[in-house]
Design a protein around this ligand. Structure first.
Ligand code: NAP
Length: 311
């Protein structure tokens, strides 16, 4: 079975795909569009990632494609509808990254509330001991955490937040009956209740700009927004406005609408914590994600079935 690899992954994965399967590296082709038009029919399996994705034009240029194995849990960059129409299977790498993303979410929540990275900047700037006092933070323990998207990562965040004696509520499209956490019928209700609104749902068209000006207004002047999901879920222009007008107290963002570009207003705002999409970026988790990606490739080649298919 011929494999096409869309973009460069870790050295281990690149070497494994090349040595074990003689995979073809699309990113090494100087004219990737022309290459796909000429040789697309050779490939039955594609390896990609949440960052590289796979669009409708690429899928159309692969007439014999049977499966796509993607690195990462989000698949909003992959045209799932185009795959479904042709019965092409898709796998991602769920679960193995859940703990690390939840750890980062809690770290960012505490940071934006207590000013850890702002305090670091203050100390390094030599301001400690000067007339310019470092401002007061906002207590985390015992506060109300509203989670948009109580799935694998959302649940792991809720478990951690319980250790901080936080009250937890969530909004999904469907109530999870097996859970005791309070369910909010609308995102606006959740935001109005919460001290912290934490975004942990998938990206893509269905969730685009779910967090808009009205939701931010509902979150309120003492409320914080934390987004570790996808930049597309938050209306970034509305967020900039909400901060400018003090409609919310601050934001912690690991993901952005146009990564790696970030609006200047966010870069300059001391009430905003910014990280470069590092949710799953630990050595251990990335090795686990590599392993799960390769297990999916092997399972499809050897048994014709993916190990962790996206349903
Ligand atoms: P998951 O288990 O599928 O959970 C997603 C949750 O979102 C589900 O509870 C789902 O419930 C809810 N949801 C889906 N669509 C919704 C909508 N339109 N409105 C409200 N809720 C909705 O996924 P996961 O493994 O927790 O991952 C979540 C996301 O985190 C990924 O898709 C990815 O984009 C992001 N992520 C980011 C990083 C990072 O580095 N920052 C790393 C990994 C993942 P219902 O189906 O009932 O709506």
């Amino acid at each position: 079975m011929q494999i096409l690899q869309i973009g460069r992954l870790s050295n281990d994965v690149n070497q494994h795909l090349e040595r074990q399967y003689s995979a073809c590296a699309l990113w090494q082709q100087t004219q990737s569009g022309e290459f796909l038009q000429q040789s697309g029919a050779d490939f039955e399996l594609v390896v990609t990632s949440a960052a590289y994705g796979l669009n409708a034009a690429q899928i159309a240029a692969l007439p014999n494609l049977r499966a796509v194995c993607s690195f990462g849990v989000g698949y909003d960059s992959i045209d799932v509808q185009a795959l479904q129409q042709r019965g092409i299977a898709l796998s991602n790498t769920p679960d193995v990254l859940t703990d690390c993303v939840a750890d980062v979410a809690m770290g960012m929540l505490i940071d934006v509330s207590r000013g850890i990275s702002a305090g670091d900047r203050y100390v390094r700037a030599g301001l400690w001991g000067s007339k310019q006092r470092f401002g007061m933070g906002s207590r985390v323990s015992g506060k109300k955490l509203g989670i948009l998207g109580l799935g694998r990562i959302g649940l792991a965040i809720a478990e951690r937040a319980q250790g901080f004696k936080m009250h937890i509520a969530y909004h999904n499209r469907h109530r999870v009956s097996a859970l005791d956490y309070a369910y909010a019928d609308t995102l606006q209700d959740l935001a109005a209740w919460a001290d912290y609104l934490l975004v942990a749902c998938p990206g893509g068209a269905a969730t685009e700009h779910l967090v808009d000006a009205a939701v931010l207004q509902a979150l309120g002047e003492h409320g914080f927004l934390i987004n570790i999901a996808r930049g597309s879920v938050v209306d970034e222009a509305a967020l900039v406005q909400a901060l400018a007008q003090n409609h919310i107290a601050g934001a912690a963002l690991d993901v952005f609408e146009h990564e790696p570009n970030i609006p200047a207003a966010l870069l300059q705002d001391e009430r905003v914590v910014l990280t470069p999409h590092i949710g799953s970026a630990t050595r251990e988790t990335r090795m686990d994600m590599d392993a799960l990606l390769l297990q999916n490739v092997a399972a499809f080649i050897n048994k014709g079935q993916l190990l962790t298919p996206v349903s």
